[in-house]
Design a protein around this ligand. Structure first.
Ligand code: NAD
Ligand code: TYD
Length: 338
C-alpha cells in the first residue's frame, strides 16, 4: 500500500508512520505536514533514511499540492488537525480551516483519483459530553467546543460524500491519547514536564472531569486495523475503556516522579468543559483490535520517556508555548476554582 499520511509529524501521526514502516515492509509512506507549532520533524527521525519514506512540508488546504500527492498513492490517512481545545476557545478560525476545509480538500483529491479507501482520524469529542453510559457509533454528533465542532464538521463533509458519491471513507473516533512525542500542552505531557521542573499542575475546576486515556501505540494500531480490516463507509470508536479524572492524572504523575502533592493547583474551569467522554469500542474489537496497555503501565512508560528525553521537550516549552501558557492560565490562576 502507498499511503499519504497527513499530519504525520504530529504526535499520533508519527507513531502511525513508524508503526506502518516497521510492520509492513511492502508499504511506502509520504507525510504531508505543515509543521505548525505542534508538528515536529524530529518525531520522524527514526524513519528519515528509510527509502520507503518521504516528507513534504505543506498545507492540506493547498488543493494543488494535495492533488499532486494524491495521484501517486493508494490511500490518504488524515491526522492533520488543529487539536487543542484550549487553543480552539481562544482562536477557532484556524480549526475550521484545517479540520473542516482541509478535510474536504483531501477527500476531493481522493475522489478525483479514484482511491478505494480514505481514513479520517476523528475523536470521541464529536459525541459531546456523555454523562452516563457509552457512546456508540450511531449516536448523534453533539460537539460542544470549537475544536470538537470543527472535527464534527469534517465528519459531516465525509458523510455527505459517502451519501452523494459512495465515497469509501472510514472514520475513527479515538479517545484521549497520551505517550511519547506528545506536544506538552495536553494534560499528561504538561503535568509531567511541569512536575519535572517543580512547577504547579493546573487542574481545571474541581478536577472531576473524566477522560478515557488511550496509549498512543494502541490508538495507532486501532487506526491501522480500521484501515486494513474495516468496511468502507463505517465509523469505528477506539477507546481504552478506562475512566480517569484530572486529580488522578495529577496524583499519578506526582507519585511516579516523587514530587509533592502541593504542586497541585486548582484553577478556574475551562469554558464549556465537557465532564465526561466514554466509548463503546465493540465494533473495532470485532475486527480483532484490543487495547493492550493499561493506564498504569502506559503512564509509567510515558513519565520515564519524558524524564529521558528532555532534549525533545525542553526546546518546545519556550517562546510561543509560554505566550499561550500565560494567556490561557494566568486568568485561570487569578480567578481560582471555587
Ligand atoms: P498534533 O497536534 O500532535 O498533530 C497535528 C499535526 O498536524 C501536526 O504535525 C501539525 O503540524 C499538522 N497540521 C496541522 N494543521 C495542518 C495543515 N493545515 N496541513 C498540514 N498539516 C497540518 O495532534 P495529534 O494529537 O497527533 O492528533 C492527530 C489527530 O488525531 C487529529 O486529527 C486529532 O483530532 C485526532 N485525535 C487526537 C486525540 C488526542 O488525544 N491527541 C484523540 C483523538 C483524536
Ligand atoms: P486535554 O488534555 O486538553 O484533552 P481534551 O480537552 O481534548 O479532553 O484535557 C484533558 C482533561 O484534563 C480535561 O478534562 C481538561 C483537563 N485539563 C486540566 O485539568 N488542566 C490542564 O492544564 C489541561 C490542559 C487539561
Amino acid at each position: 500500500m502507498r499511503l499519504l499520511v497527513t499530519g504525520g509529524a504530529g504526535f499520533i501521526g508519527s507513531e502511525f508512520v513508524r508503526m506502518t514502516l516497521r510492520d509492513y515492509p511492502g508499504d511506502s509512506v509520504v507525510v504531508l505536514d505543515k509543521l505548525t507549532y505542534a508538528g515536529n520533524e524530529r518525531n520522524l527521525d527514526s524513519v528519515r533514511t528509510d527509502p520507503r519514506f518521504r516528507f513534504v512540508r505543506g498545507d492540506i488546504c493547498d488543493a494543488a499540492m494535495v492533488g499532486e500527492l494524491a495521484a501517486d498513492v493508494d490511500v490518504i490517512v488524515n491526522f492533520a488537525a488543529e487539536s487543542h481545545v484550549d487553543r480552539s476557545l481562544e482562536a477557532p478560525g484556524q480549526f475550521i480551516l484545517t479540520d473542516v476545509f482541509g478535510t474536504f480538500v483531501l477527500m476531493d483529491a481522493a475522489r478525483a483519483h479514484g482511491h478505494q479507501r480514505f481514513v479520517q482520524v476523528s475523536t470521541d469529542e464529536v459525541y459531546g459530553e456523555v454523562n452516563h453510559g457509552l457512546s456508540v457509533e450511531g449516536d448523534p454528533l453533539q460537539p460542544r467546543s470549537p475544536y470538537s465542532a470543527s472535527k464534527a464538521g469534517g465528519e459531516l463533509q465525509i458523510q455527505a460524500y459517502r451519501t452523494s458519491y459512495a465515497f469509501p471513507a472510514i472514520v475513527t473516533r479515538g479517545s484521549n491519547t497520551y505517550g511519547p512525542f506528545q506536544y506538552p500542552e495536553k494534560i499528561i505531557p504538561l503535568f509531567i514536564t511541569n512536575a519535572i521542573d517543580d512547577r504547579p499542575l493546573p487542574i481545571y475546576g474541581d478536577g472531576g472531569a473524566v477522560r478515557d486515556y488511550l496509549f498512543v501505540e494502541d490508538h495507532a494500531r486501532g487506526i491501522d486495523c480500521a484501515l486494513r480490516k474495516g468496511a468502507a463507509g463505517m465509523d469505528y470508536n477506539i477507546g481504552a475503556g478506562g475512566e480517569t479524572d484530572g486529580i488522578t492524572v495529577a496524583d499519578t504523575v506526582l507519585r511516579l516522579l516523587g514530587k509533592p502533592s502541593s504542586l497541585k493547583q486548582f484553577v478556574r474551569d475551562r469554558l464549556g468543559h465537557d465532564r465526561r467522554y466514554a466509548l463503546d469500542s465493540t465494533r473495532l474489537s470485532g475486527l480483532g483490535w484490543r487495547p493492550t496497555v493499561s493506564f498504569e503501565a502506559g503512564i509509567a512508560h510515558t513519565v520515564a520517556w519524558f524524564v529521558e528525553h528532555e532534549e525533545w521537550w525542553r526546546p518546545l516549552k519556550s517562546g510561543e508555548f509560554w505566550e499561550f501558557y500565560q494567556r490561557n492560565y494566568k486568568p485561570a490562576v487569578e480567578t481560582p476554582a471555587p
